[in-house]
Design a protein around this ligand. Sequence first.
Ligand code: GDP
Length: 295
Amino acid sequence: MFDNLSEKLDKALHVLKGHGQITEINVAETTKEVRRALLDADVNFKIAKEFTNKVRDKALGQNVLTTLQPGQLMVKIVKDELTELMGGDAAGIDLSGNPSVILMSGLQGSGKTTFSGKLAHYLKTKKNKYPLLVACDVYRPAAIDQLHVVGEQIGVPVFSDKENSDPVALAKAGIAHAKANGQNVVIIDTAGRLAVDERMMTEISQIRDAVQPQETLFVVDAMTGQDAVNTAKSFNDVLNFDGVILTKLDGDTRGGAAISIRSVVNKPIKFIGTGEKMDALDVFHPDRMADRILG
Ligand code: GDP
């Protein structure tokens, strides 16, 4: 069995104390353990290094080595700093519009359509909203059908028009439809591609400019590690999105992508996807994610 980080740090510091030499070097040794835990959780190397340097300075400042359980205090410092790095408190979503418009972006397969359904379900059941799902993927008829299947599952209407091949016009028509039918949240599911591509970026920017959403959300598969960070950066450079949705956190992944993405784009992670079912959605809590990453 692997020790958890707290045990590892306690052990490391205990041994060092036994040698009667408690120095900055000893703290550096233990911060190596922290860095290893972060790298194991798939945090980007540079970010892990910067982070552990910060933790080391804080640990030395608080003189952790004079305490009885230095490992535990170190873990507390690490956890607090990680939580802070991921945004402190949970971020909400802006539902002030009438209707509120939420635009989804992300690569194909990231979980956009699934998340659109989950969010609609969440808003309907937890926030007493009347959502409308709008299908704006004009390239893949199967994607439109998929959104209809999702809508049926959760009892939320879906607006689509397979005759219309203009995503901007479709998005606008969806909003007009919501206004006419008393739906107060419009969730627009857009086309993704397998990789970042200029046409996709132009299209989603055009939709965004035309509908002025309250929230532009970027959906990303947490299992794609470093690629997730690069994709997030590309989308953010163009869209300057409002928040990140990390999907597929039900797998083995420890969630280091949460830290890396947050550090690189400096946007809050708002929800996480934890399964394929419509209720497999959690509000993102930085402190819980810190626990998960530390193992
Ligand atoms: P899109 O192309 O971005 O719209 O992606 P989809 O919503 O079609 O999702 C792609 C695949 O990932 C589907 O098989 C989904 O069931 C699956 N998926 C989406 N979100 C999650 C999640 O949080 N956990 C797991 N395990 N699978 C997910």
